[in-house]
Design a protein around this ligand. Structure first.
Ligand code: NAD
Length: 483
């Protein structure tokens, strides 16, 4: 069985305390690796090497840093197959999905920020003939990047690439449930020649090493993606320490289907938005709001297609939905199906655990589930389930659709399906949502800001936002003397 390691100062190393956690494969339920159960002592070591590495890393030229990022991107691409396999094994997602989405996106993240860095400029202003002012943007020092388990390498690199690009030293904390690809990335940074101490990985649980990272006084900024409760706990520690913070948190995203949508593509994409990655994407559309005039027709098609989704071994190329991340998470998702019955809903398909045969007989599989008849304000329509469960909610008017869409504590992403351009603009403007897609879902231009409103988070990642987040702006004004 593989024994994973921390990556500190360019070396793979065992946790100081010698303790390990068991990592189970979601598709089989078997223990496949031991993960360092790191604590504050490991974090302290990572801080020490990052502190030592920072001055020379911050002093490297922009072109040099950009070249490092390109080299890392090339190496990820060269190791695409091994990384995708590890990502699928760690998460339970179909292998083809890791090959087509997760790992290519990690490559794009590094390429995007490598290129962006070469073009990033801060502002300069001339104040009449009196003065000249400009903004200096300096690296912060040591920054923490904390990632969740659903898109492990994709989301980690989305943070790490801009942090390194702007001259910071990084301490990354992957989820204890999906530790493998972060370690593989660490190895690739060595191959890319990244100086020791610039990129570090501490493995282990949030309450142990995660809190140590958040509370360390020398860690100047935290970029966190994960659950809303965890984000709240992090903010409670980091805010009084005046750390820079981006929190990318949970969602309860609406897919809004108007009667004038292109029906076929709307059903197809609503299914993809609800069930991709087993419904374990923060951007998944789990509340499907459908205009009453087409509700019956939509429900028929949607349920038929959800029922037809092939749940199976993630290694099988015909599998459309793999295993959920853990037994505990599966039980949580199933408990929401039970709750939906108690809240007066009707389960139209799915709702149960699936037991496969052969290699996956003990895996954490669940049938794609569709529920209708629930009030928009009930718990199942308010709380993030983060699994393959979608609810159908009819609406009559545009105003009602907007009210339902905005009627949760979250505000991460929404998709709107209509052929009416005016409506598309009106609805997009009215939605309390950090990301709005019209006639598409999860189509990302990395230059646009990414993040949520309300309980879905604070701050934004992506594009110039990331460069601004990972640097400290300083205004310099020079008086123009005229002797
Ligand atoms: P989580 O909050 O349990 O864990 C996320 C990370 O934080 C893990 O690495 C974990 O070990 C660490 N952590 C836990 N407690 C901590 C603490 N007290 N201090 C520091 N670190 C701590 O989330 P998860 O279950 O891994 O991921 C699922 C959640 O992530 C869902 O709510 C989902 O919506 C959200 N998510 C959001 C986005 C987004 O961009 N908004 C993207 C993906 C996932």
């Amino acid at each position: 069985m593989e024994r994973l390691a921390n990556f500190i100062g360019g070396q793979l190393c065992a946790p100081v305390g010698g303790q390990y956690l068991e990592k189970r494969e979601p598709a089989t339920g078997e223990v496949i690796a031991l993960v360092p159960a790191s604590d504050a002592r490991d974090l302290e070591q990572a801080v020490a090497v990052a502190r030592a590495a920072f001055p020379s890393w911050a002093a490297t030229s922009v072109e040099e840093r950009s070249r490092f990022l390109v080299r890392i991107a090339d190496l990820i691409e060269a190791h695409m197959e091994e990384l995708a396999w590890a990502e699928s094994r760690d998460t339970g997602k179909p292998l083809w999905l890791a090959q087509q989405v997760d790992i290519p996106r990690a490559v794009r993240n590094f390429r995007f920020f490598a290129a962006g860095l070469l073009h990033f400029a801060s502002e300069a202003y001339q104040t009449d003939s009196q003065a000249f002012s400009y903004t200096l943007r300096q690296p912060l020092g040591i920054v923490g990047c904390i990632a969740p388990w659903n898109l492990p390498l994709y989301l980690l690199t989305w943070k790490v690439a801009p942090a390194l690009a702007t001259g910071n030293c990084v301490i990354a904390k992957p989820s204890e449930l999906t530790p493998t690809t972060a370690q593989m990335l660490a190895r690739l940074t060595v191959e890319a020649g990244l100086p020791p101490g610039v990129f570090n990985v501490v493995q282990g649980e949030g309450p142990a090493v995660g809190t140590a990272l958040v509370a360390h006084p020398e860690v100047r900024a935290l970029s966190f993606t994960g659950g809303t409760r965890t984000g709240e706990a992090i903010a409670r520690v980091a805010a009084p320490m005046f750390k820079k913070l981006t929190l990318e948190l949970g969602g309860k995203n609406p897919t809004i289907i108007f009667e004038d949508c292109r029906f076929e593509v709307a059903v197809h994409e609503a299914i993809r938005a609800a069930f991709s990655n087993q419904g374990e994407i923060c951007l998944c559309g789990s509340r499907i709001l459908v205009q009453s005039s087409i509700y019956e027709a939509f429900r028929r098609e949607f349920v038929a297609r959800a029922r037809a989704l092939r749940v199976g071994d993630p290694l099988d190329s015909s599998t459309q939905q793999g295993a959920l991340i853990s037994e505990q998470h599966l039980q949580k998702v199933l408990s929401y199906v039970e709750l939906s019955r108690q809240e007066g809903g009707t389960v139209l398909c799915g709702g149960e655990r699936l037991w496969l045969e052969g290699r996956c007989r003990n895996g954490y599989f669940m049938a794609p589930t569709v529920v209708e008849g629930l009030a928009p304000g009930c718990k199942v329509n308010q709380e993030e389930i983060f699994g393959p469960v979608a609810t159908l909610i009819p609406f009559d008017s545009e105003d009602e659709a907007i009210a339902y869409a905005n009627g949760t504590a979250y505000g991460l992403a929404a998709s709107v399906w209509t052929d009416n351009l005016g409506r598309a603009h009106r609805v997009a403007e009215s939605l309390q949502s950090g990301v709005v897609w019209v006639n598409c879902w999860m189509l990302r231009d990395l230059r646009t800001p990414f993040g949520g409103m309300k309980h879905s988070g604070i701050g934004r990642e992506g594009g110039w936002e990331a460069f601004r987040f990972f640097t400290e702006p300083k205004s310099v004004t020079i008086a123009l003397w005229r002797d």
